[in-house]
Design a protein around this ligand. Structure first.
Ligand code: ZN
Length: 123
């Protein structure tokens, strides 16, 4: 199975992640972007079909891809430092504590791959 697609900078973390779980994998480099100046190499991750689901789960965890589970927050608000006692929003500044997949991650080739194949976690 071929999982898209990670930059050279991301690769180290991904390799470490799979190695720590003893999942065998291979990498396939591709050149993306313009040829010459501005071209970069990115990598497809190749895993055995048997490891595919586990690998996706690991990567989803790694990249904080989540169905948007919302858990009440308790502690000190990171924005205004008031005490919050188990709510989804800060009562003082309205900061939302719900956990969502970061917007930047939704542009990632791996996220799009999950989306296209209906592999994103759902509630
Ligand atoms: Zn606050």
């Amino acid at each position: 199975m071929r999982i898209p697609r990670f930059t050279a900078a991301e690769l180290e973390g991904v390799v470490q992640l799979l190695s720590s779980e003893a999942i065998p994998f291979e990498l396939e480099g591709v050149t993306v972007g313009a040829t010459g100046w501005g071209a970069t190499t990115e990598y497809y991750l190749l895993v055995n079909e048997a490891d595919f689901v586990a690998t996706c789960a690991l990567l989803m965890d790694y990249y904080n891809i989540d169905s948007g589970t919302e858990e009440p927050f308790e502690g000190t608000c990171p924005a205004c430092h008031s005490e919050v006692a188990g709510t989804l929003e800060c009562p003082d500044c309205g900061l939302h504590f719900g956990f969502e997949t970061p917007t930047s991650m939704q542009q990632h080739p791996f996220y799009k791959f999950l989306e296209e194949h209906g592999l994103l976690p759902t509630d």
